[in-house]
Ligand binder design. Sequence first.
Ligand code: 1CP
Length: 380
Amino acid sequence: MNLDAQHPLSSGLTADSSLIRAYQGVRPAQTPVWFMRQAGRSLPEYRDLRVGTDMLDACLDPAMASEITLQPVRRHRVDAGIFFSDIVVPLRLVGVDVEIVPGRGPVLGTAVRTRADVATLVSLDPSVLDAGLAPIREAVTRTTDELGATPLIGFAGAPFTLAAYLVEGGPSKDHIHARTLMHADPAAWADLMAWTAAVTGRFLRAQVLAGASAAQLFDSWAGALSQADYVRYVAPASAQAISHVRDLTYLERPADEAADPQEVRRNVPVVHFGVGTGELLADMHAIGADVVGVDYRIPLDEANRRLGGTVPLQGNVDPALLAAPWPVLEAHVLDVLERGRSAPSHVLNLGHGVPPETDPGVLTRLVGLVHEAGRASASA
Ligand code: 1CP
């Protein structure tokens, strides 16, 4: 399906941005940079705005979600906004009893442990989201109206990471109940994953249709899985989740219309990211992603080798180094940029989210360093 003519990719507003070009495998003059969890607790303006508002209520307030999304773009001059929301928002909207407990994360009213629990959950109809996602669509439209030529990235949780919260009932280290269920009752597991894919896929599609120029699927906890389990019990549902945006295309006018009047049909780029997933990179790409997000545990040149040298990469500054002395961080960032040059293209990001105690001034300085390094190498 074609995005409508006002969408920032169709209108040309974001189609030639450094982020979108890098996601398409073209290396722009300046390496684009944004940070996972750039919106949120590292920013004093975020903490001020959030006083007295529950996290999920903030996500469902279009004016507040939009303002929080814009804060880090204004402050750091990053090359993309990431929509302020949470992976559990569509679960709440479809009727799951979930809240986000400060300092902890998503917590369920009841954990989904048995075949009967799964049956109750999947009786919630994902199609109610078509109406329920209205505040998300409104927040995205408000945001892209303000962002102009800076692309907005929409996101969703991958089915396994969401299932990990549903089955554990909250944050967990090893996701052992979820991993038990997939083997103990593969049929119930398949039902759970198919339902989760339908819910999270709709959340992602709504963001893109409303104006997001790229989509990122977060499978933050996939690193807990063996490769065999990932391929058998998880990858098909992740592919199903992104199928909700894989059909979305736009027509791009040629750079030189006189020489070549042919318009090019392009798809909305999809990024797939996981933590501790160095062994799964090729499988995570194979679900139909365009770009692979790499955490800080393996260097980008090694990630590129594992992906056969053909996949745009995103990553992978170690968030721990944000609190190190500047020369230490600077050397690390330059090393990440150098290793990223082995891939067809590279979007600089962290290997996981911004830690809440990060000095925001360090992030602003890091953006400057990445842009400066890009200019230096372009003129070299
Ligand atoms: O009170 C607060 O400020 C709550 C902290 C917070 C924030 C700011 C949570 C709770 N979620 C968010 C926003 C959020 N969540 C974003 C915002 C956009 C941005 O990046 O700037 C995004 C992309 C997410 C996605 C998310 N939520 C993921 C995937 C990314 C990742 O970090 O791995 C996951 C795993 C969650 C669950 C979650 N929500 C919140 C927390 C603290 C957690 C993690 C809990 C755990 O460790 O299991």
